[in-house]
Design a protein around this ligand. Structure first.
Ligand code: AMP
Ligand code: ZN
Length: 113
């Protein structure tokens, strides 16, 4: 838990979010500013600043997160989805608690801008 981290506060319930799934390792909730018909964020309960540091420190939690991403995508009703981990400010990361964006529910353009 990092005191000034928005997603730690969502994990603890101190900040409300529309949670769609949760288990021992992860919490999945709807993005407040959806960029596709379905846009869910999947985060580890533990605080790690980005996916690279999560994978290095806790590979088993990173693996669990990927399993949960697939479950979330299925539950959102689409066999196609895109998983994005913005990592670092130049890649557009704005919240420094690891999160996977799970985008689905409509045709998604490629390549991303
Ligand atoms: P990133 O830019 O990859 O760090 O993604 C951060 C994401 O968090 C953005 O897509 C925001 O729309 C989303 N976000 C910010 N605040 C909240 C919130 N309170 N609840 C849900 N999603 C949020
Ligand atoms: Zn955090």
């Amino acid at each position: 838990m990092s005191d000034d981290c928005l997603f730690c506060k969502i994990v603890s319930g101190d900040v409300p979010a529309e949670v769609v799934a949760e288990n021992e390792h992860t919490v999945a909730f709807r993005d407040i500013s959806p960029q596709a018909a379905s846009h869910v964020l999947v985060v580890p309960r533990e605080h790690h600043p980005d996916v690279a540091s999560l994978a290095a420190a806790r590979p088993e939690v990173a693996a669990a997160l990927l399993v949960d991403v697939a479950k979330v995508a299925r539950a959102e009703g689409s066999s196609s989805f895109r998983l994005v981990f913005n990592t670092g400010p130049d890649a557009g990361q704005t919240v420094f608690h690891c999160h996977g964006h799970v985008l689905s529910g409509e045709p998604l353009g490629w390549p991303p801008r």
